[in-house]
Design a binder for this molecule. Structure first.
Ligand SMILES: *Cc1c(COP(=O)(O)O)cnc(C)c1O
Length: 234
């Protein structure tokens, strides 16, 4: 364990300080007294750097790709892990017992497979419904007009527990899109008959302060923490 935390990455330390300050400011500006969770998004980031962030106090990691996660997870320091990337139905079985929340549930078919695999493991899997709040054709997620009926369908599955909503707003969109997402979240929450519906996963490196202003409870931050991603050609 000692070794996992031995490397020093001054860039991450500095970025973490800036992000924490910005989160505090955004919380204060909107008079929020609840908590927002900072997730470190780890795609392409080597485990030593991820572990340094964990050592600084980030206790939640976000994984995008099943294969990459399976390769890296043995090297990670202890932390909670959520799956946030688009998830193919045939890969659910690889992560069902290795993450504590799946953010990217965008079809009933996928939800049914998560439900089935969770039942096999004797667990109830926490999930979020991914909403395509900008109505972009190229993006995954449920359109906002279908969000309520989709959430209703998810509730019929016994081995999943719908904990809230996730979204990736269009790049450079206006604040009103975040406000619409907050309204949708509150509306669905108000209509529910019971159960914990407490998670709004919204906000990335470029827009997390705006997201916090509009009720985000988890912000998912990659490049503002770890620096620009270096993709190789795999
Ligand atoms: C990559 C990614 C992020 C983080 O993006 P940054 O802009 O680097 O902070 C957040 N959410 C999802 C779903 C991602 O794929």
């Amino acid at each position: 364990m000692e070794k996992l935390f031995s490397a020093e990455f001054p860039d991450i330390r500095e970025n973490y300080g800036v992000i924490c300050g910005n989160i505090e400011k955004a919380m204060a500006l909107s008079n929020r007294r609840d908590k927002v969770k900072l997730m470190a998004v780890t795609k392409t980031v080597p485990p030593e750097r991820v572990n340094f962030a964990v050592g600084l106090g980030i206790k939640l990691l976000g994984e995008n790709r099943v294969q990459e996660y399976l390769e890296k997870r043995e090297s990670y320091a202890p932390a909670e892990v959520h799956f946030i990337g688009s998830l193919q139905t045939n890969k659910v079985k690889y992560i069902i017992d290795k993450v504590s929340l799946i953010h990217s549930v965008d079809s009933l078919h996928l939800a049914q497979e998560i439900d089935r695999r969770a039942a096999q493991h004797g667990i109830v899997m926490d999930i979020l419904a991914e909403i395509n709040i900008g109505g972009e054709e190229t993006k995954g997620g449920i359109l906002s007009e279908s969000a309520k009926s989709f959430c209703g369908e998810l509730e019929t599955l016994k081995n999943i527990r719908l904990r809230g909503l996730m979204t990736i707003p269009p790049a450079g969109c206006g604040e009103e899109v975040f406000a619409r997402m907050q309204d949708l979240f509150e509306e669905i929450k108000a209509k529910r008959k019971g159960g914990l519906f407490d998670t709004l996963s919204m906000g990335m490196s470029g827009d997390y302060q705006t997201a916090i202003k509009h009720g985000a409870t988890i912000v998912r931050i990659g490049s503002a923490l770890f620096g620009q991603r270096k993709y190789n050609n795999k």
